[in-house]
Write a protein that binds this ligand. Sequence first.
Ligand SMILES: O=P(O)(O)O[C@H]1O[C@H](CO)[C@@H](O)[C@H]1O
Ligand SMILES: O=c1cc[nH]c(=O)[nH]1
Length: 294
Amino acid sequence: MNVTQRIPESEMILNSRGAVYHLDVRPEELAHTIITVGDPDRVQQVSRHFDKVEATFQHREFVTHTGYIGSKRLSVVSTGIGTDNIDIVLNELDALVNIDFNDRTIKQDLTRLQIIRLGTSGALNENIPVDAFVVSSHGLGLDNLLPWYAFENTAEERALLNAFREQVSLQPGSCNPYLVTAAQSLASRFTTGYHAGITVTCPGFYAPQGRALRGRLSHPQLLEQLTAFHHQTDRITNFEMETAGIYGMGRVLDHDCLSISTIVANRIRQEFSKDAGAAIDRMITQSLEIISQL
Ligand SMILES: O=P(O)(O)O[C@H]1O[C@H](CO)[C@@H](O)[C@H]1O
Ligand SMILES: O=c1cc[nH]c(=O)[nH]1
């Protein structure tokens, strides 16, 4: 888009206090290092570690707290569940820093945000126990968000995606898998105390993650094929519902993104955490120590 072109009121919607439509946040109310969580209640679980909370906002499932740890300004934002919400949150975070809200034009000097998800997830590797933490080396999307955007894959990403297409048989028409790598500048900071691997992002919690309650599965082989997947040293570690959308929107909009998950379920061992809340707290504490030094 031409940077001098005015973005109409119907495309970038601002509310009566001049805040972006879904998040209800104004540009000066957002930090440039942002933690995203799915669960709105987890926002407070993160911000209670802040030395000072400067302001809080809530609209629908989107809760935002902005504050400080020492001199580091941070915002924590809930996305709710799913990559349809990631489309909203990542576009609005980007608009808050890269679009001038007064004249509705794209700024000449763009800001690159650091966006770190602190989520929950199910492990697909029997050696990654419940309550462990996983850093997503890549997000592999089985949802349909990224095919709506124009974006470029690297040669390594294309090779990994081709291997996935060859090894994992998906029903024609069920999805168009995509793959995006984590920001290395962030991933390199979260190594000790974290497992690492490919995170598969699904458009649902039950059948799209191979869970059968009463509905019959169209892909009964999914778990087995994802667990067996290998390409050079890359393996699939876990399942959740936002990471690939975040990494993909980070690629589209030029932001540095990383996703970290607490493993609450191990799908191979068929176990669920006995105290997921305590494990999530440990992920938050351990990760904030690093995030506050970024
Ligand atoms: O705990 P959060 O961050 O919401 O993440 C996971 O939990 C939800 C499903 O229970 C999905 O959003 C999934 O990605
Ligand atoms: O198994 C799980 C656990 C948390 N979140 C998911 O999406 N799947």
